[in-house]
Design a protein around this ligand. Structure first.
Ligand code: TUI
Length: 314
């Protein structure tokens, strides 16, 4: 498979990004993905500025390859972290859960390549207008905070609407998904859930096992009432949240009910009370592999699928 212009422009070997998963995507995972030829991405999530600076510095020690930082725009520390990007010379920033507009001139002037995650054509156009380098079009099959559209419909509409490279995300976990994304017009892919299986991914073993055990309908979306729909693996917490979401509970109480649940899943492995974010592709993720094995597998599988598709011509 040709690595394409995105990989070339970013100085990576393969057009594979690792999703910026809050609480999960740390320097160890990002460096392992970058060392394997993909683009590793550290997630800032809701972490404070010192933690994020520390992870960036750690990643620089673990890899000489390019890596990125994902900024979750709802974070109370987003402003400080936006400046850290510049101070630490981070080459690539991806953003999620909001509009990155207010940081675009700061980052562009510093030569940072900004790649917002967009859930719709409207946000893709906004990103293009404000000077994004590319966009990640993320469909609702993905884990965590999601938009309304599915990858199958979002990616081609974003590709038609803007002139920037498009990276597809949401529901992609193997070579078939990569081939499909390329068919839809994307030039690269971002995978989150598949990297939960990585040896270098520092999550509690209960989290990894939940992903391995998940089937096609293992996930559910909650949080629509507060305007932040989130996909996670069905468990007691998701069921309870889903039940109280549409009672007369106040917004504050609902927020309070969900607070700290991702940490409970990632760090404590609390199967009942934690929030185990994962995409619909969890049903396709069945075994632990190193990041190098995952990326080699993905590329080999994509090559095979694309080769098979070429037989269509005959
Ligand atoms: O950001 C993600 N995935 C995430 S963030 C996260 S932490 C969190 N936890 C609870 C509630 C909210 C966040 C866990 N997973 N993916 C990228 C993504 N961005 N998906 C959708 C969007 C998005 C949504 C709305 C991007 C822009 C947007 O704009 C809305 C606005 O009004 O600005």
């Amino acid at each position: 498979m040709k690595r394409g212009r995105i990989a070339e422009m970013l100085g990576i070997e393969y057009p594979i990004f690792q999703g910026g998963m809050a609480w999960i995507a740390d320097a160890d995972l990002a460096a392992a993905v970058s060392n394997a030829g993909g683009l590793g991405i550290i997630a800032a999530g809701n972490a404070d500025a010192d933690y994020v600076r520390g992870q960036i510095r750690k990643a620089k020690e673990l890899t000489n390859k390019p890596f990125g930082l994902n900024i979750m725009l709802l974070s109370p520390f987003a402003d400080e972290i936006a400046q850290i990007v510049v101070d630490e010379g981070v080459q690539v920033v991806t953003t999620g859960a909001g509009n990155a507009g207010k940081y675009m001139s700061l980052w562009n002037e510093a030569g940072v390549k900004v790649i917002p995650v967009v859930p719709s054509v409207t946000f893709a156009k906004m990103a293009a207008r404000t000077g994004a380098f590319a966009v990640i079009a993320e469909g609702g099959e993905s884990g965590g905070h999601i938009g309304e559209l599915a990858t199958m419909t979002l990616v081609p509409q974003v590709c038609d609407a803007i002139d920037l490279p498009v990276i597809a995300a949401g529901g992609i976990a193997d070579g078939r998904g990569i081939a499909a994304a390329l068919a839809l017009g994307a030039e690269a892919v971002q995978l989150g859930t598949r990297f939960l299986s990585a040896t270098e991914c520092n999550i509690h073993e209960n989290y990894r096992n939940k992903v391995f055990k998940a089937g096609d309908t293992a996930t559910v979306v909650t949080g629509r009432r507060l305007g932040h729909p989130v996909r996670s693996i069905k468990n007691q917490f998701a069921r309870e949240y889903g039940k109280i979401e549409y009672t007369d509970i106040s917004d504050e109480e609902l927020d309070q009910f969900a607070a700290g649940r991702l940490r409970m899943a990632v760090v404590e492995g609390d199967e009942k009370n934690g929030c185990f974010l994962a995409g619909q592709s969890a049903g396709m993720v069945t075994k632990e592999q190193t990041c190098a094995e995952i990326i080699a597998d993905l590329m080999q599988d994509a090559d095979r699928v694309i080769g098979d598709l070429k037989k269509w011509e005959k």
